[in-house]
Design a protein around this ligand. Sequence first.
Ligand code: NAD
Length: 272
Amino acid sequence: MTQQGIQISLAGKAALITGSARGLGAEIATALARAGAAVMISDILEDQGQRTVAAIQAAGGKAAFVRQDVTSEADWSVAVEATVNAFGGFDILVNNAGIEVCALVENTSLKDFQRILDINVTGVFLGLQAAARAMKPGGIAGRGGAVINLSSVAGLRGFSGLSAYCGSKGAVKLLTKAAAVEFGHLGYGIRVNSIHPGLIPTDMGNAVLKGFVAAGLGKDEASVQQAFERGTPLGMKGVPADIAKAALFLASDQSPWVTGAELVVDGGTTAS
Ligand SMILES: NC(=O)c1ccc[n+]([C@@H]2O[C@H](COP(=O)([O-])OP(=O)(O)OC[C@H]3O[C@@H](n4cnc5c(N)ncnc54)[C@H](O)[C@@H]3O)[C@@H](O)[C@H]2O)c1
């Protein structure tokens, strides 16, 4: 892929993208495949995951599917082995799988709070462990790599109705930095960065709009959407491709000195 004179090629690299049956994960996987990476689509949604694989293959990309629940240690072993066996390596991990629940603090059930932390935080932690073990020198892949964690603007500032989600995404931001520092000091050759998207229309993005209304934080979805847009200096909606381009940069050799960074992709919302 050529962007403003910079050649971004992921030829010869193998990527595992969690939660990539749909939404931002599918868009990121498609972009990485277009740049030449072989991509392992991982998700709990098998049919949708297979459809994403078929779409990438139809466009000439290399892709396969593995069923993986990111909260399961056993599933992580299966997913990493499947990636190495299918593609002969494991160079890029995108910890993208995530969920949100929109509710006031006083109405958020303990079960929901713990489920969000399990998927959004424990899932990322297990991914970092799997990447360190497999990508470090001597690991089953063993040639270093890049890990990209999907945090959110909700990992940078507070939002009414999203306390559990904000807590989880704030944790992802600092897990990222701690792992980046540690892997750097240990000489693993593994960079770790986080991406912080603003509101993007996906199943989750649309559910956030509905959730704000249901929690009594907005009159209707259109007014919630307008409230988000009014805080966006660039004055336009983000699309999944905006996030995929950021992931492509962080996954590639064009960012060799970038680690522990938080790449905010939100049209300037959190800057204002
Ligand atoms: N869409 C947005 O506005 C937005 C903004 C900021 C951050 N994000 C983050 O980006 C990531 C992707 O979001 P999206 O909008 O594509 O959401 P989405 O709901 O459309 O897709 C999330 C995917 O994760 C999968 N998933 C959920 N639980 C899983 C589990 N336990 N194991 C494996 N897979 C699981 C789902 O099946 C789904 O395919 C999430 O981490 C989200 O928090 C999204």
